[in-house]
Design a protein around this ligand. Sequence first.
Ligand SMILES: C[S@@+](CC[C@H](N)C(=O)[O-])C[C@H]1O[C@@H](n2cnc3c(N)ncnc32)[C@H](O)[C@@H]1O
Length: 259
Amino acid sequence: MRVRGMKDRVVMSRGPNEQWCEGERLCEAAETYQGHRAGRTFKTSSEGLGYHADFPAIWRGQYRDELGSSSSSSRPIHIIEGDMFEVTSDLVATATFERSGRFDAAFDKGGLDVIPPSARQSYAAVLDQLLKPGGRLLLVVMDYDQDKLPDSEGRRGTPPPYSVPEAEVRRLFPAEVGWTVEFLERQQEHLLSRRILPLRDVNLHEAAYLVTKSTKAEPADLTEQSTSEVGRKTAPLLVVLATAMLGVGAAAALVSRMI
Ligand SMILES: C[S@@+](CC[C@H](N)C(=O)[O-])C[C@H]1O[C@@H](n2cnc3c(N)ncnc32)[C@H](O)[C@@H]1O
């Protein structure tokens, strides 16, 4: 895949009416620097001296899929840089051309298993909010016996990536509320056991799942397409979580239009 553009980092912030808009906004006026604040940068702007929004930010560009025919045309791609727990469908709607702010598909490899286990329920809630009915998540997680870690009860505790066994995936996406979890594949992982000392003698596996959201109807305003989409061929939108692509650390979402 060849990606072009991605030259400008556009910071998004909430305006006075709580609507997302482009540009850093003064969040909090301050005479002096009062220490680091997550997602804020301390500077002077036309609005004054203080803490300005620095996240989330959008990178926009074009990509061409070169795996298919050589005549494939460029498609828009949007990367939302920020904390995935702060990505909401109204942010996605403002950052992209999709008014619903929701996706047909999501891909996460190495995201769910690096967040603290206490945040997993919030992870599932974010996915629930960002996926359309019938939307699918391709999930790749680490799976190993955490009890085999030499220090699992000790000073350092279990390091990330944490083990996410199949039962945990099914707990997070329960069938009772319409999720379907399909186990796809499991492969031995060798690289991390060489890189992360506590994992050296642990039998690591990567497991892939296809998680599908129920197709149950939702309010019309959430499923409605933008007017610019009317008459265009319906195409899937994809969110890629926790990707480190293009050198954008902690990128939370990649939206691409694939026909
Ligand atoms: C193990 S790496 C996986 C990177 C890539 N997906 C891969 O498979 O090589 C985990 C990534 O998750 C990102 N990450 C962790 N917590 C995040 C969060 N709350 N929001 C967005 N990204 C997060 C980290 O910045 C890191 O890039």
